[in-house]
Ligand binder design. Structure first.
Ligand SMILES: *[C@@H]1O[C@H](CO)[C@@H](O)[C@H](O)[C@H]1NC(C)=O
Ligand SMILES: *[C@@H]1O[C@H](CO)[C@@H](O)[C@H](O)[C@H]1NC(C)=O
Ligand SMILES: *[C@@H]1O[C@H](CO)[C@@H](O)[C@H](O)[C@H]1NC(C)=O
Ligand SMILES: *[C@@H]1O[C@H](CO)[C@@H](O)[C@H](O)[C@H]1NC(C)=O
Length: 419
């Protein structure tokens, strides 16, 4: 027998309690520019287009204003913008080799003949935002142009700078951005130069001055590279996980989905694992030539909803099985959660049997799970129920899991409609 139950605060608290083992205290202090309350989404040139400045022989793929205009067109007309992919971000190699007569940084006049301000206008006219890149060694003195140009985000790199210069430079740039009065999201590459186990980084300070930060080395177009990032993030999750939250994110680097290095299973895995990590979703692929299967992964609405969950809690790896299946969990709003079952196997699809109780979900709730990739719904799942899923080699099964019923002390089901 089921009957409706108005949801009371106590009941909601009870459901929330089931995640007590993940209870996390958000940082009291964080950068207060109001930006990036959920992980940023967009497109960034580096992984796919690098420092290709040869516009004579490769006009279609060189770093030029045309490339960024083309990508802005694709984001605006192919349905990306509506899903949240709004940043069009320039990375390195946009600058002229020589400064202007007055000593200012300028974009390469042949590759960016209209200038950055015109590019920003072009991007803004399509409802998008423009990000730009600078290195500490060169950009700091030219911040003023960035402001005049109307950019919306700055990725501030620290190559060729000593650790002392970085320690001064990153907070200084944060204050300078604030002083411009224009809301400019701030991506810091500082910790990427302080890797190691454990990372030699003051993440509290970073969350106070940056909206996101690149924790680790640059991603390359390979599965090995994706795995090395997942390994490093998981090994350091006790340090990294608590520092993420609305306005301040760990950044495991770009999505390489749509390029050459990943199989379809691996592409699904990158998307799922990045989403569990509450990672920024910056695609670095040629949106003019992307395959339908890659598009489908990147445009998965439930995936994006999970990535953009307003609580902004980063997930964790909660289990590594001897069978080389790993389980990741991210708590979401409305007592929901995302689960990723990830196979490190290289033999064949693996039949993995477990139960929510084994994953420490609370006993007195009935759950429903939606498979994020297939859309299949599993109803009436109790914590003690064993279930078997099939996880492909280097692939994932991802679930959006939410409570639908609450079992009271007499084990009578009380109907709880949360959605
Ligand atoms: C500058 O910082 C102050 C205090 O944290 C904040 O209220 C303000 O919105 C910031 N302005 C910009 C443009 O980031
Ligand atoms: C880290 O930075 C915070 C905020 O600036 C500061 O209060 C704290 O003392 C720093 N911790 C260490 C170990 O330096
Ligand atoms: C479940 O909880 C037990 C006891 O606290 C702990 O040892 C175990 O690692 C947890 N398992 C998972 C998957 O979180
Ligand atoms: C689930 O499987 C475990 C062993 O893997 C077993 O002990 C338990 O009885 C099973 N539970 C149910 C409800 O079948």
């Amino acid at each position: 027998m089921t009957f409706s139950l108005l949801y009371s605060t106590a009941l909601i608290m009870k459901l929330m309690d089931s995640f007590f083992f993940l209870a996390l205290v958000p940082l009291a202090l964080a950068l207060e520019n109001g930006l990036m309350r959920t992980p940023p989404m967009g497109w960034l040139s580096w992984e796919r287009f690098r420092c290709n400045t040869d516009c004579k022989s490769d006009p279609h793929s060189c770093i030029s204003e045309k490339l960024f205009m083309d990508m802005a067109d694709r984001l605006a007309t192919d349905g990306w913008r509506e899903l949240g992919y709004v940043y069009v971000n320039i990375d390195d190699c946009w600058m002229a080799k020589e400064r202007s007569a007055t000593g200012q940084l300028i974009p390469d006049p042949e590759r960016f003949p209209s200038g950055i301000k015109a590019l920003a206008d072009y991007v803004h006219a399509r409802g998008l935002k423009l990000g730009i890149y600078g290195d500490m060694a060169t950009l700091a003195p030219s911040l003023v142009e960035g402001t005049l140009w109307g950019v919306d985000m700055l990725k501030f790199d620290g190559c060729y700078s000593s650790s002392d210069v970085q320690a001064q430079g990153y907070p200084k740039m944060s204050r300078a951005l604030n002083a411009t009065g224009r809301p400019i999201a701030y991506s810091c590459s500082w910790p990427a130069y302080r890797g190691g186990l454990p990372p030699q980084v003051n993440y509290t300070l970073l969350a106070n001055i940056c909206n996101l930060w690149r924790n680790y080395g640059d991603i390359q177009d390979s599965w090995d590279s994706v795995l090395s990032i997942v390994d490093w993030f998981s090994a350091n999750q006790d340090i990294l996980q608590p520092v993420a939250g609305p306005g301040h994110w760990n950044d495991p680097d770009m999505l390489i989905i749509g390029n050459f290095g990943l199989s379809c299973e691996q592409a699904r895995s990158q998307m799922a694992l990045w989403t569990i990590m509450a990672a920024p979703l910056f695609m670095s692929t040629d949106l003019r030539a992307i395959s339908e299967s890659a598009k489908e992964i990147l445009k998965n609405k439930l995936m994006i909803k999970i990535n953009q969950d307003p609580l902004g809690i980063q997930g964790r790896r909660i289990l590594q099985e001897k069978s080389h299946i790993e389980v990741f969990l991210r708590p979401l709003s409305h007592s929901a959660s995302a689960l990723v079952f990830f196979s490190r196997r290289t033999d064949m699809p693996y039949r993995y049997t477990t139960s929510l109780a084994q994953l420490n979900f609370t006993q007195d709730v009935v759950y429903e799970a939606q498979d994020v990739y297939t859309g299949q719904i599993i109803s009436g799942l109790k914590a003690a129920d064993n279930f078997t899923i099939v996880v492909n080699p280097s692939g994932v099964v991802m679930w959006y899991l939410y409570p639908t019923m609450y079992l009271d002390q007499y084990n009578i089901m009380a109907h709880l409609k949360i959605f």
